[in-house]
Design a protein. Structure first.
Length: 372
């Protein structure tokens, strides 16, 4: 049995219960002298560092069994934190314990405040922790760190889905009518796959149909077709696409609208503005929402927010763009609207979100030009 001193996010009971599991002991107030808890500089999580004369207030888990330690280690070691022996002070006196210290390179920021963290990051972190713990034993700590950014994005998408659900179906059936017999995530890296054994009610009221399904765990995305009403031109981007490549398409370099995932706690509109700047160097003056919805609901959680963005498209706008740290290599293409529409109608632009945005633009183009 091991005593573990907690100082940061796991002092929040909701998160501790999920991470620690059923046999996790209740925390008891304790102090670690000679240390200070702060926000990790530039991040939304805490760190603890040795500071002479300071005292880190937290709690101690007395007598953690192997199951609890394994769960805590899975959660903490993925972020580079590791256990170190310390002596903590309880009301009854000193106690030998272990504490998760941060990896090298984590600098101290402002003094840590748990209530502020719960307000700003609690819901997202709690939602992400469900996926983190579901893959315990399936991916290593080394693989957890690079996967975590997308775990947060997927968690944010689930929060958005609950906050802004699809319209109630004509049948009245809902998420709660599905019985889940087994649910797991067999693949997790940057992307993820989930599979489930479920029973789904029938429209005729007969016995629920049992089925096995798998789906790609995608993200919420913002998609923008930039349009300049003054010059009547659009800007498209060309890049290599792995999906067509896997489908064995001889031409996997596609011409598309600007697109990118929506970061945690970011609005679709903010993501659209950011992605347009990153991929094409364009500043949007206005955004017109075309449509929002699932791209392939039978096999993917991808949710697209499609826009036409009003901007100035100069002759020098067809730049090479993209973010190097995301392995993006993007070539811009400027096109008169009539040429664009002709290509769309002839099937030369086989990207569905581009068609949705393009046909909306065709219907609303005159009004946009008149108001420019």
């Amino acid at each position: 049995m091991t005593n573990v001193f907690l100082f940061g996010t796991l002092c929040w009971p909701d998160l501790l219960h999920r991470v620690g599991g059923k046999t996790c002991p209740e925390g008891q107030a304790a102090v670690l002298n000679g240390f200070q808890v702060s926000w990790a500089k530039g991040h939304g999580f805490p760190a603890i560092h040795q500071v002479t004369g300071s005292a880190a207030h937290g709690m101690v888990l007395r007598g953690c069994d192997a199951a609890v330690l394994n769960r805590l280690d899975h959660y903490e070691s993925g972020f580079g934190y590791s256990l170190h022996p310390v002596e903590v002070q309880e009301p009854d006196g000193p106690l030998q314990a272990q504490v998760y210290l941060p990896p090298e390179g984590i600098s101290a920021g402002e003094v840590w405040n748990l209530d502020d963290w719960v307000r700003d990051y609690g819901a997202l972190t709690y939602e992400a922790s469900s996926e983190v713990m579901s893959v315990m034993g399936r991916i290593s700590a080394a693989d957890m760190a690079p996967a975590y950014s997308m775990i947060l994005v997927r968690a944010d998408a689930r929060l958005k889905a609950r906050a802004l659900p699809s319209p109630v179906s004509p049948s009245g059936l809902s998420h709660g009518d599905v019985t889940v017999h087994q649910h797991q995530q067999p693949y997790t890296r940057f992307f993820a796959m989930q599979e489930a054994d479920i029973s789904v009610p029938r429209f005729d009221g007969g016995p629920a149909q049992r089925m096995f399904r798998a789906a790609y765990m995608g993200t919420d995305a913002a998609i923008v077709l930039p349009y300049d009403p003054k010059t009547d031109r659009v800007l498209l981007v060309e890049q290599f696409r792995f999906g067509p490549f896997l489908r064995d398409d001889p031409n996997p370099w596609l011409i598309e609208p600007i697109a990118g995932r929506i970061d945690p706690s970011e609005t679709p509109e903010a993501a659209a503005i950011r992605e347009t700047q990153e991929e094409a160097g364009l500043i949007l003056r206005a955004l017109h929402q075309v449509h929002s919805g699932y791209s392939s609901p039978g096999s993917s959680t991808d949710y697209f927010n499609i826009y036409v963005g009003i901007t100035d498209i100069g002759d020098d706008a067809a730049i090479l763009g993209g973010l190097e740290d995301e392995a993006e290599d993007i070539q811009g293409h400027i096109m008169p609207f009539d040429d664009f529409l002709a290509l769309l109608k002839s099937g030369q632009l086989p990207v569905v979100p581009l068609a949705v945005a393009g046909y909306w633009l065709a219907l609303n183009r005159d009004e946009l030009r008149n108001n420019s």
